[in-house]
Design a protein around this ligand. Structure first.
Ligand SMILES: [Zn+2]
Ligand SMILES: [Zn+2]
Length: 146
């Protein structure tokens, strides 16, 4: 049976060996790429890059899978950047459409009180009657002290 097997496959042996080598080469390249990816990802997230690269080197896909489970959710820089972005967008929105700080309904910039919840938003200048912020000590329109 073995002889028959050998006889049948003999002409194809070089191709089979070449296939095996290519597979081995692919596997090594994949392994190196996996270790490198793990190292870079851990570095980006500030999570012991050399330790995780070694784990991926020793355990291959199993080590990488463990890293994927325990890695920090996101790099600290990414998180900070996103937070700043959100804050900037919020500031932009409030500048475009001011809202009441108590009930968050939209108000006009010169409203003295919120029409929805009656919260005092601005005070009237004692001299010119322009709407002033509550903590302003002087009217910027007519220079009257409040
Ligand atoms: Zn309100
Ligand atoms: Zn005034």
């Amino acid at each position: 049976m073995n002889d028959l097997f050998g006889e049948v496959f003999k002409p194809y042996m070089p191709a089979i060996q070449l296939g095996q080598r290519l597979f081995l080469l692919f596997f090594i390249v994949f392994w190196v790429a996996l270790v490198f990816w793990t190292w870079r990802d851990a570095q980006r997230r500030g999570a012991m890059p050399w330790f995780w690269a070694t784990v991926a080197l020793l355990f291959n896909v199993a080590g990488w899978a463990i890293y994927m489970v325990v890695r920090p959710p996101e790099s600290r820089e990414d998180a900070r950047e996103r937070e700043l972005e959100i804050r900037a967008r919020e500031a932009e929105l409030t500048r475009a459409n001011p809202v009441c700080p108590a009930c968050f309904k939209p108000v006009d910039p010169d409203f003295l009180i919120c029409p929805s919840c009656m919260k005092k938003l601005k005070k009237e200048c004692t001299s010119c009657g322009k709407p002033l912020k509550l903590d302003w000590a002087v009217c910027p329109y007519c220079k009257t002290k409040q």
